[in-house]
Design a protein around this ligand. Sequence first.
Ligand code: 5GP
Ligand code: MN
Length: 349
Amino acid sequence: MLTKIILEEQIQKAKKYIEKGDKFVVVTHVTPDGDAIGSSLGLYHFLNEFSKEQVNVVVPNDFPSFYKWMPGAKDIVIHAKYPDFAEQLIREADVIFCLDFNEPKRIERLAPAVVASDARKVMIDHHLNPADFCRVVMSYPQISSTSELVFRFICRMGLFDLINRSAAECIYTGMMTDTGAFTYNSNHPEIYTIISELLRKGIDKDAIYRKVNQVYSESRLRLMGYVLYEKMRIYPEQHTALITLSQEELDRFQYVTGDTEGFVNLPLSIDGIVFSVFIREDKDYVKVSLRSVGDFPCNEFASRYFNGGGHKNASGGEFYGSLTDSIANFEKGLNEFNPNNVEELNKHA
Ligand code: 5GP
Ligand code: MN
């Protein structure tokens, strides 16, 4: 038996929207990760099982190929490829589920259409500080993945039987990827109760792990080697590591979306390193990923210096300017706000 985390009133309201609606859209954040795709497709399969025929998952841009095996992934509408169709779906929707993000900014070019839509909007998410743009806001930052929340939501509606194997595979994938395959944010015993229910639905968790983590190209492994040998900078006094990659370097290693996934975590295996930042030059901006272990709030760093946010131990942001300037900005930030003086700064915040 699972603890009742989601408020009953939220469950009942959202259930009513599902019962009454015909056209459903599920949207998730830009550069979707495993939890974004997993939670969205999990809900998609559930709605299909509920005999809803007009259900579409809409994402702002493409997602890594190692999530494309997920059942339903091929039907996802990518706004960057089909903007008119994606916006039409959003305009005509009765209900829009906003999964794994807390503010319109996180869906970038999809934001105006979603905000303007008359649809009933339901947020299911686990990021702090949800913005006020949905009628029902299921925001539970203490839960490690949105996929887990989707499972809890369906069960609490009394519709566990409508979770089919496809939904179970997608939900499991999201739970797995947002916890680093159950190596962080994963001490809550109920996570394993849920996994055991998903196994009973017929998922092969070992196969899912392989499909997500062991399907990379040779060039990605060589890029990883290059990054570790030549591009990792350690700031021993601040217990911090920095990795940067320019567009030229990415081209040299035939970079495709997803190839640098997980690089930011690598330096955290060094004894004493508690804060790791990965800065990558993208087409129109510089993308920043931040990770920490323990108390250092990297979301605070992301928000102060990189216009971003996220979770205490995993966050992201962006920088509009050159790669060199973004590194200078990082170093300025590190002088002011680092794992050595976090307590002091928080006192004056
Ligand atoms: P990643 O480094 O994998 O792109 O992002 C890690 C986490 O940081 C995501 O799950 C998300 O919560 C958050 N995040 C990433 N980029 C941004 C951003 O630009 N703004 C905000 N607010 N959060 C972000
Ligand atoms: Mn998530």
